[in-house]
Design a protein around this ligand. Structure first.
Ligand SMILES: [Zn+2]
Length: 151
């Protein structure tokens, strides 16, 4: 057989190499352990994601930014729609001629009625004196309790 370390010819069944002094059992065990460690390190390199940057971090950020932008734009469009609808409603609910039409009867209704014949009757009663008081009373449209004030 050959020494696995120094490749020197070794007699069969030898425990250690007479050339380099390596113990075959320990050498084989160390080589197996090193190979296992190398395989484990290789598997970790292939399987584990890079620890510094998350692979989906950029996509997550882009998604958040796009969602926020879409929300803001949607809100602005919705607000503009509401504003236009409110403007249309206000334009439809504010017809100009209605106040003009309404104002005429209101004004005529609140205008005081022309004064009744109270001054005429009172002056006639004053001219007629006490003798014409009875006729003045019949001509006066005021109720009796206001006639004294009218004199
Ligand atoms: Zn050897």
């Amino acid at each position: 057989m050959k020494c696995p370390s120094c490749k020197a010819a070794v007699p069969e069944g030898a425990v250690e190499c007479p050339s380099c002094g390596v113990i075959f059992a320990k050498f084989e065990e160390r080589r197996r352990r090193e190979r296992a460690e190398a395989e484990r390190a290789l598997a970790e390199m292939n399987l584990a994601p890079p620890p510094t940057v998350h692979p989906y971090l950029g996509r997550v950020i882009a998604g958040v930014v796009l969602t926020a932008w879409a929300a803001v734009m949607g809100y602005l469009v919705f607000e503009e729609m509401l504003l236009q609808r409110a403007r249309k409603a206000a334009a439809a609910a504010a017809p100009a001629p209605i106040p003009v039409i309404m104002s005429a009867p209101i004004v005529s209704r609140i205008q005081p009625a022309p004064p009744v014949a109270v001054p005429v009757a009172s002056t006639a009663a004053a001219k007629g004196g006490k003798a014409a008081d009875g006729a003045g009373e019949e001509a006066s449209p005021l109720p009796p309790r206001f006639r004294a004030a009218a004199h």
